[in-house]
Design a protein around this ligand. Structure first.
Ligand code: C5P
Length: 308
């Protein structure tokens, strides 16, 4: 699969939906203790890595990428540099990233760039890192990066980076309503903290450990969208709606037009609607588009990062 000396390598990694997300207490490192169920979905970031003497990135794809950072703060560049450091590789890489996951949408697009970059650079440079080594680097880059690497369906705890695979049957169908603005993940977590500070009864005691509802695992195992629709949950939804109240109308619109349920994806602002089948997906897509929303469809679970 990986041939050292090849001058270009192409890797692909998926975006994700958190079908369940409970946020616990703030930990010492400033991150929140989480319990989440991730599902990788069929929107893929495509990363092509070419040998170069320094580190650079350019973007293309189905979405507007003009606002993205291309310097050292870009997560893909950070991923490449982290692997080079760990492996003792002295050269660089030029990355061409075709983006298909909404930007700053709560679907882990930046994390997918990082996961695919790790694989592509490993192959390009012939560093032969093990999967565990790449996962360890992934965890230093962001809470969702290890999941984009492994894909499928998984439970995430700790920051969201401690993964255990979960059984899932069949494919779930999603209709995604994209917003024309991005949301800051730290901003949404801070809004949740502010809300909990204001309402003392909502504060989690330090020892409280969030966990994934057993009904979520059962619905995923059964491959039953009706069951899953009943248990979709995201603690970040209320604070995100507080910051962007218009998302409430989007959720309502989807649920009035055939969605089994809607949920904010991660920290938003993408709203993910679970539908029963392809016909309802099409109907919902038409209804949301008629309200001038940008809509894409996806299915999950799908595989994690891989070399193409
Ligand atoms: O790791 P990542 O870059 O995705 O996280 C972005 C931000 O989201 C963190 O800096 C933190 O403010 C917040 N976060 C958190 N607890 C988590 C994951 C993310 O507070 N478990």
């Amino acid at each position: 699969m990986m041939t050292a000396g090849t001058t270009v390598q192409h890797a692909r990694a998926p975006g994700k939906i958190n079908v369940f997300l409970k946020v616990g207490a703030v930990m010492e490192d400033g991150y929140h203790d989480l319990a989440t169920a991730y599902q990788a979905v069929s929107l893929f970031e495509e990363v092509r890595a070419t040998t170069a003497s320094d580190f650079s990135v350019e973007f293309s794809g189905s979405i507007d990428t003009s606002g993205l950072a291309t310097g050292g703060s870009n997560l893909a560049i950070k991923a490449a540099r982290a692997l080079a450091r760990t492996a003792g590789y002295r050269g660089g890489v030029h990355l061409e990233i075709e983006k298909n996951v909404p930007i700053a949408g709560g679907m882990g697009g930046g994390s997918a760039d990082a996961a695919a970059t790790l694989l592509a650079c490993d192959a390009l440079w012939g560093t032969s890192a093990t999967k565990d080594e790449l996962l360890a680097i992934a965890a230093t880059l962001g809470a969702d990066v290890p999941f984009s690497f492994t894909g499928g369906t998984a439970i995430g705890t700790g920051r969201g980076d401690q993964l255990s695979p979960a059984l899932a049957k069949g494919k779930f169908q999603w209709v995604l309503a994209l917003a024309d603005f991005g949301m800051s993940t730290p901003g949404v977590y801070q809004e949740l903290d502010r809300h909990r500070d204001r309402h003392a009864q909502d504060i989690f005691p330090a020892e409280h450990q969030p966990s994934v509802d057993a009904n979520v695992l059962q619905a995923l195992r059964a491959g039953d969208p009706h069951m899953l629709a009943d248990v979709l949950h995201n603690d970040l939804q209320a604070p995100a709606l507080h910051l962007a109240p218009g998302l409430g109308k989007v959720l309502q619109l989807g649920e009035q037009n055939g969605a089994l349920a809607g949920i904010l994806s991660g920290s938003g602002p993408t709203v993910a609607f679970l539908v029963a089948d392809a016909d309802s997906a099409l109907e919902l897509q038409v209804a949301l588009s008629a309200s001038r929303l940008k809509v894409v469809r996806a299915t999950g679970p799908v595989h994690g990062a891989r070399i193409i």
